[in-house]
Design a protein around this ligand. Structure first.
Ligand code: NAP
Ligand code: G4F
Length: 342
């Protein structure tokens, strides 16, 4: 059973579990427009639909719905990936974010406890928990310091997972995942925003890429590898908490440079602070500028995770490098822009 099945991770996880022979039940939100584009190819596969792949309407804000679904489906594994997952948006809708990303997890865990269903529970915890980092690199033992309503809500989820594990013997684990991206990443997250915009700029379909803080650093991995890590977390002998990360960090500025490099262009930066601009070296055309609208009230300056525990206990390690990740995303977005397919 997967919440957040229509998201980046949900779609990759579904593919992986179906390939392993699982029956997958996904929770989708009712929407006035289509929100299933990442899983339509699975839905439209006659081998899967109504035999091994089922979708149910539901929402993490609705406990009676979650109770009913857990009781009806009797899942052997639950992956709680559903969330208002955008950090900047969480400053605009803090209460809703707390409801979904914090209390939503409690609702799920309590449904397991009250129904007595024997299952394993994966919680999509996050490197945002480290926020104003207390240690470099971050490990499972690094103290948390959340810096957004999103991170504060996820902090509650992290601890309620630990509490239900210790108090009620629920097999519940936290995957503390550092940023992971892909060609399916939502277009308002910075990596995909950059690869989509740069592709369109090169093709003459867009003039400018507006960004916020160029100097924040993230530990970026490739999403399909991270969902495999989620699965491994639930196959472990006992429930526990694991960091999944690459142990490498790069700035947004580097991501921009690497993206344009893949498109055959070099970026030259001029100016400082909000007046800084990025130009194509070949033509002098201005293509990147700073828009303070994308600054956050509190920023997470640097994330870099040490996945040694996951390697040792789960045999998990990332494979895709930063350079390969950018290459994969640019190749996909450039093709889509050429075909004007998204
Ligand atoms: P995503 O693409 O934004 O997907 C989020 C999913 O949650 C979507 O399916 C969304 O449904 C669903 N959702 C939102 N509100 C919901 C609600 N009230 N009830 C039920 N479902 C709801 O996120 P992602 O990148 O796949 O991330 C998956 C999970 O991992 C999230 O919990 C995220 O916070 C966490 N995480 C992500 C990263 C990362 O780098 N990607 C790192 C650490 C942790 P709609 O399609 O209808 O909007
Ligand atoms: O791509 P982002 O929005 O991702 P962020 O905030 O790191 O959160 C993502 O990763 C978390 C794991 O650490 C997840 F838990 C969370 O659900 C989500 O998937 O922003 C990355 C960085 C930030 O420092 C931001 O200030 O990029 C900076 N940034 C600069 N300009 C921008 C922009 N971010 C966005 N979204 N848009 C910009 O224009």
């Amino acid at each position: 059973m997967i919440s957040g099945i229509t998201g980046q991770d949900g779609s990759y996880l579904t593919e992986m579990l179906l390939e392993k022979g699982y029956i997958v039940h996904g929770i989708i939100r009712r929407s006035s427009s289509f929100n299933t584009f990442r899983i339509d190819h699975i839905y439209n596969n006659p081998d899967y639909l109504n035999s091994r792949f089922f979708l149910h309407y539901g929402d993490l804000t609705d406990s009676s719905n979650l109770n009913r679904l857990v009781e009806k489906i009797q899942p052997t594994e639950i992956y709680n990936l559903g969330a208002q997952s955008h950090v900047q948006v969480s400053f605009e809708v803090p209460e809703y974010t707390a409801e979904v990303d914090g209390i939503g997890t409690l609702r799920f865990l309590d449904a397991i406890k009250e129904t007595g269903v024997k299952t394993r529970f994966y919680q999509a915890s996050t490197s945002e928990l480290y926020g104003k980092v207390q240690e470099i690199p971050q490990t499972e033992k690094t103290p948390f310091y959340p810096r957004s309503p999103y991170a504060a809500a996820k902090l509650y989820s992290y601890w309620i997972v630990v509490n239900y594990r210790e108090g009620y013997n629920v097999f519940a684990s936290n995957g503390i995942l550092f940023n992971h991206e892909s060609e399916r990443r939502g277009k308002t997250f910075v990596t995909r925003k950059i690869t989509v915009a740069a592709s369109k700029i090169i093709l003459g379909q867009q003039d400018m890429l507006s960004l916020g803080n160029l100097d924040a650093k993230r530990d970026w991995g490739y999403a399909p590898e991270y969902v495999e890590g989620m699965w491994r977390i639930l196959q472990a002998d006992r429930p526990d908490d694991f960091v999944l990360a690459t142990n490498e960090t790069h700035s947004i500025r580097e991501f921009v440079e690497e993206t344009f490099m893949n498109l055959g262009e070099e970026i030259v930066w001029k100016g400082n602070g909000v007046d800084e601009k990025g130009f194509l070296k070949s033509s002098g055309k201005e293509v990147v500028r700073i828009d303070p609208r994308y600054f956050r009230p509190t920023e997470v300056d640097l994330l870099v995770g040490n996945p040694a525990k996951a390697k040792e206990i789960l045999g998990w390690q990332p494979k895709t490098t930063f350079r390969d990740l950018v290459k994969i995303m640019v190749a996909s977005d450039f093709e889509k822009a050429k075909k004007r397919s998204e």
